[in-house]
Ligand binder design. Structure first.
Ligand SMILES: [Zn+2]
Length: 67
């Protein structure tokens, strides 16, 4: 059996996936392309806070980052 398609005019239901948690995000979501404001902030924190803490201390994670 073939999968049923509702309407060829509608955008692909797969749409977009949240870059943070991978949840499907509808293009009508206010926080698009993130599934929620929370993930939006998480992405910001990754950019902002991520580099901030790197120059602060060398953690075990840093040491295991190599090959
Ligand atoms: Zn998310």
């Amino acid at each position: 059996m073939e999968p049923t398609r509702d309407s060829p005019n509608e955008p692909a239901p797969r749409g977009h996936a949240c870059p943070i948690c991978g949840a499907p995000v509808a293009s009508e979501t206010p926080s698009f392309p993130f599934c929620s404001a929370r993930c939006r902030m998480a992405d910001l924190g990754r950019w902002f806070g991520g580099r901030y803490t790197v120059s602060r201390d060398v953690t075990e994670e840093d040491l295991t980052e190599g090959p």
